[in-house]
Ligand binder design. Structure first.
Ligand SMILES: [Fe+2]
Ligand SMILES: [Fe+2]
Length: 423
């Protein structure tokens, strides 16, 4: 049980901080290739941000300025690499709606979003690992992310795996399930239900032959009997919709998010933009809530997806950093331990998966610092924060042109600030 949440933390401590090779400059000039505006870490909040206490109106003002500037550059795509909200709350997602209201469909379809730890996993509560509220809080954020982000992905955005298809079409076929879910959400079980659930699990474990057939536990809900899914909702989930989700054994929105990444967010004859979810572990505190992990299933599906797109430039969008250039680390005034613990816990495996693909660019956020770097043949672009700025530079909004061969050039950049008087 403990291993599930502590494993990434222990892996981070045991591994070393991956040293990226810093690129001091990028070639500039006119856009050639796919033009991508990259923003990250908006941290939209209702009161003040949990780290640094930025007021909501300043954060929203900076986000509006950044989005307006990006769209004025007329990019092919605007990419937001996570931490859109500060705590994944409904009212924070409503702020994003306000920012996007009135956006013409042609522009809205160009906006691609992946989740950050502040959207899905971070918590200010001190839950124990066996506390069902831990799972329910993560589940509530997955529900909000689905409602506010996944429900508006471009129609051709697709998930891949044993089965693949349009995410929007799958969600539309599950609209009646969403209504049933919101009427009958998962809840904490009573003491009696907890004991009954534990007993059922023990009986199943001891039954001969079951072990061979049983699949591996997939998340905390299978360890924590206190989380109960109402029978009526399980029955509704079991209805055959011809979709991989929801099913009787995968009725939750955290199950949906575990299934749909990697997601192809945009595709052309020369490029494929792939969204990843690095926020797969529900956190027990603010510390481990910052840890990122893709997980074996997502990486296996990514490997197969890349194999099927071997001739294209793959642009991966993920929230967590893959490592850090030593020169940037020296300027950041944070400990190497902090950076290595918080780097993507399965970077080494991702690196192996990407090694087989000729042309890869990774866009990420998370550490609120901007730089360009290389890891093997992978071009890594770290975005600063729209809300907090750039910890190792000035500009926090960038537009890049990415060629079919993966070469990146800088088209434009600017700085927006949470302070109205500083630009
Ligand atoms: Fe952030
Ligand atoms: Fe983050």
């Amino acid at each position: 049980m403990i291993a599930l949440t502590l494993r990434p933390l222990l892996r981070g401590i045991a591994s070393s901080l991956i040293a990226l090779k810093l690129r001091q400059t990028l070639p500039g000039g006119p856009a050639a290739g796919l033009v991508v505006a990259h923003l990250s870490d908006l941290h939209l909040c209702a009161g003040t941000t949990m780290e640094g206490g930025l007021p909501a109106d300043e954060v929203v003002r900076a986000a509006r300025a950044a989005l307006d500037w990006c769209f004025e550059q007329r990019p092919d795509l605007v990419v937001l690499s996570g931490d859109i909200t500060d705590a994944g709350r409904e009212e924070e997602w409503q702020l994003l709606h306000g920012l996007l209201a009135g956006l013409p469909p042609a522009r809205a379809d160009r906006l691609l979003i992946v989740p950050g730890n502040h959207d899905l996993t971070i918590t200010l509560e001190a839950y124990s690992e066996t506390d069902g509220r831990l799972v329910l809080a993560h589940e509530a954020r997955c529900r909000s992310f689905t409602r506010h982000v996944l429900g508006r992905v471009p129609r051709d955005a697709a998930f891949h795996g044993e089965r693949s298809g349009s995410l929007r079409e799958m969600l539309e076929r599950c609209e009646d399930y969403a209504l049933a879910y919101d009427r009958l959400p998962p809840r904490l079980g009573t003491q009696r239900e907890q004991w009954r659930g534990l007993g059922a699990q023990l009986r199943q474990m001891m039954r001969r032959g079951d072990r061979a057939r049983s699949r591996r536990p997939r998340d905390l809900t299978e360890y924590v009997p206190p989380v109960m899914v109402p029978d009526a909702l399980t029955t509704e989930a079991a209805r055959d919709r011809g979709t991989p989700w929801p099913t009787a054994d995968r009725p939750l929105y955290l199950d949906l998010l575990a299934l749909i990444y990697p997601m192809t967010l945009y595709e052309s004859p020369s490029h494929v933009v792939i969204g990843l979810n690095s926020n797969t572990i529900p956190a027990v505190s603010i510390v481990d809530g910052a840890i990122g992990m893709l997980g074996r299933g997502q990486l296996d599906r990514l490997e197969a997806l890349l194999r099927s797109r071997s001739g294209k430039c793959a642009i991966l969008v993920v929230h967590h950093h893959l490592g850090c250039p030593p020169e940037i680390l020296a300027r950041l005034q944070v400990s190497p331990l902090e950076l290595k613990v918080l780097q993507l816990a399965d970077t080494a495996r991702l690196r192996r998966v990407l090694a087989g693909h000729a042309s890869v660019v990774v866009l990420h956020g998370h550490k609120h610092v901007g730089y360009w770097a290389d890891l093997d043949r992978i071009h890594v672009i770290s975005a600063p924060s729209v809300a907090y700025g750039n910890r190792a530079g000035t500009d926090n909004c960038h537009v890049y042109a990415i060629g079919a061969d993966g070469q990146v050039s800088l088209v434009a950049s600017t700085r927006v600030s949470t302070r109205p008087d500083t630009g």
